[in-house]
Design a binder for this molecule. Sequence first.
Ligand code: IMP
Length: 393
Amino acid sequence: MAKDVILNPPAYSLGEFTLDTAYTSRELSQARADLGTEIARGFKLNIPFLSAAMQAVTGPELATELARCGGLGVIYCSQPTPSEAEMVRQVKMGAVRAEEYTYPFQPLLDGQGRLKVGAAINTKDYAERVPALVEAGVDILFVDSSHGNTEYQKETIEFVKQHYPELPIVGGNIINVDGVNRLVAAGADGVKVGMGIGSICITTDVKATGKGQASAVMECVAARNQLPKYIPVTADGGIETAREMCIALALGADAVMLGKYFARFEEAPGGKLSRADFLNIFPQMGNKLDPAIEYLKEYWGEGSLRARIHREAQYRYGQNEFAEGVDGYTEYAGPLKENLSRTMTKLIKSMHDAGANSVSELHERAVVRLASARSMSEAHAHDLISYRKASLF
Ligand code: IMP
């Protein structure tokens, strides 16, 4: 018999919840909405979005554009130290012309007016990698692991805190109370939550480990709320639509980390294919591919075989002989800024419906409810013979 078998409640995903309404006053105007948030003690973002530390998501171009819009890119560590440090350096060199980024975007800048950037580290070569990233000007570190509640991660965080006490570090990924407490005890300034739920992730399929993201966020937020100091929680994985972002934040996450959402944009490193190119490679997809899709982007997991071959990606899932992620395609969505602006508008409208004008007010005021399967089926367009799909992003 296992130490514990939990039959009730089962673990829930973000898509199973709805946000109730509250009184929306005139005070809740879009112009006054505040999407600012903290992702580590003392480290603020202007919008609650981070891009995933993945080869197919966060290169210097996407990190630069996201920081210009007020969020944070996290450069991936599944590459040799010098090339990761070089990517950090390229973001720090990105110039910002103020007139380009008027409301709703406020660039995320350091004390010297340079764009901020994060970088991932692993639990193996941190003694060599961290000094190189610091030298390149990194603003915040993220320990990149699918299972962060380990002695290896504890030692990694302790090393960073001992040598660079002022440099914020986010630990993860964890999915329960013990994970939060141990990472915070090791010195983490923030924690990242999620396992087994990323769009390219097959961790639960192959190893059984993981948890529905809504339940993981709720458990970790509850653990954080018992701590004497406020440790920000970032929800990472399985979050793509404004609706999922809104539920993750309403359940207490301070920010969301997104992989597939950003992989679809022009600035993401993955290759862009036309519909015809794609159908040349996969002719059998001809009648399955949505006729509205004109272009596609490549998107692959850090635990996929492709990531391992690409740029000596030997760390996060290094010793495994099996894949924990897949390699595929997603719909191309155009430039980051336009898409992000639309997502932010949706998020602000959701917050207003819930009577909140900021992420912290959403935490205080949101009423989130588990929905029945039948009521959720009515959340989608239904009972029509034909309709044109609207974008959920
Ligand atoms: P997405 O936003 O649903 O696409 O999920 C992105 C997140 O999935 C990343 O931030 C990682 O935490 C996680 N992830 C990245 N690569 C892999 C993988 O190969 N297997 C499992 N999880 C992954």
